[in-house]
Design a binder for this molecule. Structure first.
Ligand SMILES: Nc1ncnc2c1ncn2[C@@H]1O[C@H](COP(=O)(O)OP(=O)(O)OP(=O)(O)O)[C@@H](O)[C@H]1O
Ligand SMILES: [Mg+2]
Length: 661
């Protein structure tokens, strides 16, 4: 256990205190003084010396002395010196705060340029760093503050920090420890399945809300189903089923009737009769036309044949006429030629010799001798006569030739004449024959009677028509009766579908009933689940209660007077972490009296001091509030209001007690 005791504290120009020397000699002291005599200032000085802050943990406070008007008195040295006993060794710390005045070059007056703080350890000036290091090696600032002021823990710390310190001091409790401590929580780990209590409570809350919502919906759904239930009043399932079966059999019967009508013998029989009659009609017609038709065909064939023979003859006779015409044309042209030859002959024959010759020599042009001229003339005559004979003979020969040709054509014509005569008589014969045959044909054709006039044929035809009419009538009748049966079927069917829809109401009702049962089951299941969740919720609450009790018990067991509330039950059933100091059930923050506040603070300091292994001087400001302090292990400097003490007065209670004893 480390211990620091204050031996003395001296103040110079500190917060208006010009000079004060508090000597404690490391013992408990009580400092008395009227209001505003500087009691609290002592504590401020102590804290400033160590941590640069006042007793309210403020850094910004007026150290320098102010006059009545609030003006700073300059050029003062503000100083605090503390003499401590640290684990039996003395330590002197001094801090001096002063103004800094510098003379600028050439200037007579010094100027205020700021502040300086000087640090001394055991009278030796040191750097701030060294000074601070010494203190921080001595004790952590936060811990020191906790240990030096009974109000610091409850009034300066945030609740979270208070809680943290308490848990640190007493040790937290694990969930396993909580569960192990309470048999009724045995099943909790199984329920949590790794979730934290808080998370599981959230899951339960969400599921409960869901279940509630579903539970609210179920009656509405059931009601809706019930409102839509079909009306089964006056309906009997068995009866409906029987009626439907009966209608089905009626419909079947009617369908049979229709198919009987459709396939009925009556019409088929009559159609067969018609086929037979048609065969008979064909036979009658063939018999009827048997004789007379043959004759007509024969005559027509003969006429056709003879006509074509006649055509051939006529063609031949025409050819002969063409030949004769051609021959006559030739004869005429030959005759014309003969006429011309005759005229030519007479002309040649009548020609006489004429001598008109040139009697000069063609070479020399001298007249020829007479005899020469005579001989030439004779010769010429001779020549002339010879040529004339020759020419006549030619003409004669040509005439003879033409005459022969003419005779040929004439002969041919007479031959053709005979042929023409012969053909003409043949043509006449053929024409006579044809007219005779045509007359015969006419006669035969006029004897043929139309089959329709055949009595047997007519009777059969009539019979056919009568049967056809009967078929038509039968068909009309069949269609009508089928139609009326079908109407009957349709009626039955509509009645059947009415019955069916009534019957369907039963299955609808069954389904609805089933659905209602399902919903009711669901309702029961949800209610059971809700109950299970309720139990789980109860277990989590039980867990929390157990944990709270365990933790608070554990923590409270470490304190004599102070009690702590670490959890607060919330409206939703959850627990909120808090940290409230109580004394005899009264919360520190609301309603606790000042004496209790101080004693509780001292109780806390005792425990913390134990935990941190450190004893620091405790400054109890406003100590007049307490008539009886609890036992405290550390040095206590009590600051007590005392109206009669216009100046601070120090008492050593233990010394007095000893003296008194
Ligand atoms: N910087 C300062 N300069 C001058 N006077 C100051 C300065 N700071 C505080 N004072 C005054 O010093 C006096 C001492 O104040 P302090 O708070 O120490 O009195 P106290 O004894 O604790 O009174 P109380 O019994 O009312 O608590 C007060 O009158 C205060 O106004
Ligand atoms: Mg005071």
């Amino acid at each position: 256990m480390k211990e620091i005791r204050l031996l003395s504290l001296s103040l110079k120009n500190f917060k208006g205190i010009r000079s004060f020397f508090l000597e404690t000699n490391g013992e408990n002291v009580r400092v008395f003084g009227d209001n505003a005599t500087g009691k609290t200032t002592l504590f401020d000085a102590f804290m400033w010396l160590l941590f640069d802050k006042d007793s309210n943990n403020r850094k910004d406070f007026a150290i320098k002395t102010l006059d009545k008007q609030g003006n700073v008195l300059h050029n003062l040295e503000h100083e605090v010196e503390g003499v401590f006993c640290v684990d039996g060794k003395q330590l002197t710390l001094k801090k001096m705060f002063s103004e800094k005045w510098t003379k600028k070059r050439g200037s007579v007056q010094a100027e205020f340029t700021g502040h300086t703080t000087d640090y001394f350890i055991d009278g030796v000036p040191v750097k701030k760093k060294e000074y601070d290091e010494l203190i921080s090696n001595l004790i952590d600032e936060d811990v020191f503050k906790l240990l030096t002021s009974p109000t610091y823990f409850n009034e300066q710390l945030k609740w979270q920090d208070r809680r943290k310190i308490l848990l640190q001091v007493c040790g937290d409790i694990t969930d396993e420890e909580v569960i192990a401590s309470n048999a009724s929580l045995a099943k909790l780990p199984e329920i949590l399945r790794g979730r934290t209590i808080e998370n599981h409570r959230k899951v339960i809350a969400a599921r409960r809300a869901e279940i509630n919502k579903e539970l609210e919906k179920i009656p509405i759904r059931i009601d809706e189903i019930q409102r839509n239930l079909p009306d089964l009043n006056g309906l009997y399932k068995d009866v409906l089923e029987d009626e439907i079966a009966q209608i089905d059999s009626f419909i079947e019967t009617k369908k049979d009737i229709i198919s009987n009508i459709r396939n009925g013998n009556a019409i088929a029989q009559k159609q067969k009769e018609i086929q037979e009659i048609e065969i008979e009609l064909l036979q009658i017609k063939q018999q009827h036309e048997a004789g007379s038709k043959d004759e007509v065909y024969k005559l027509k064939a003969r006429i056709q044949e003879e006509q074509s023979n006649l055509n051939i003859l006529q063609q031949k006779i025409e050819n002969i006429s063409y030949q004769q015409k051609y021959n006559n044309e030739n004869i005429q042209s030959i005759e014309k030629r003969l006429e011309e030859l005759r005229n030519e002959w007479y002309q040649v024959n009548s020609e006489a010799f004429k001598h008109e010759m040139d009697c000069t020599c063609p070479t020399c042009g001298q007249a020829l001798p007479e005899e020469q001229v005579e001989a030439a003339r004779d010769n010429a005559l001779k020549q002339f006569n010879l040529a004339k004979v020759k020419r006549l003979e030619d003409i004669q020969s040509k005439g003879k030739q033409s005459k022969e040709q003419k005779e040929h054509f004439v002969a041919e014509n007479s031959k053709l004449d005979k042929e023409h005569e012969k053909l003409s008589s043949q043509i006449k014969e053929k024409k006579d024959l044809l007219s005779k045959l045509n007359n015969q044909l006419q006669a035969v054709e006029s004897t043929i009677v139309d089959v329709t006039e055949n009595a047997q044929y007519a009777a059969k035809l009539e019979e056919k028509q009568r049967i056809q009419k009967e078929i038509e009538e039968l068909q009309v009748a069949a269609n009508e009766s089928i139609q009326s049966i079908q109407m009957g079927i349709a009626e039955l069917r509509s009645k059947r579908s009415q019955l069916e829809s009534d019957l369907a109401k039963f299955s609808l009702a069954e389904q609805a009933e089933k659905r209602i049962q399902e919903l009711e089951q669901q309702e029961r299941d949800l209610a059971a689940e809700f109950e299970k969740l309720e139990h789980e919720l109860f277990l989590t609450e039980e867990f929390i209660r157990t944990k709270v009790n365990l933790l608070e018990e554990k923590i409270n067991s470490r304190f004599k007077y102070a009690r702590f509330k670490l959890f607060e039950q919330q409206i939703n059933g959850g627990l909120m972490e808090v940290c409230e100091t109580l004394y005899e059930g009264v919360p520190y923050g609301s309603g606790l009296n000042n004496a209790a506040k101080i004693n509780v603070g001292l109780d806390i300091i005792n425990t913390l001091s134990e935990f941190y292994g450190f004893k620091a001087p405790i400054f109890v400001d406003n100590a007049e509030a307490v008539t009886k302090f609890i036992d405290v292990n550390s040095q206590v400097i009590s600051l007590v209001v005392s109206e009669k003490d216009k100046q601070l007065r120090v008492e050593f209670p233990e010394k007095q007690m000893k003296e008194a004893i």
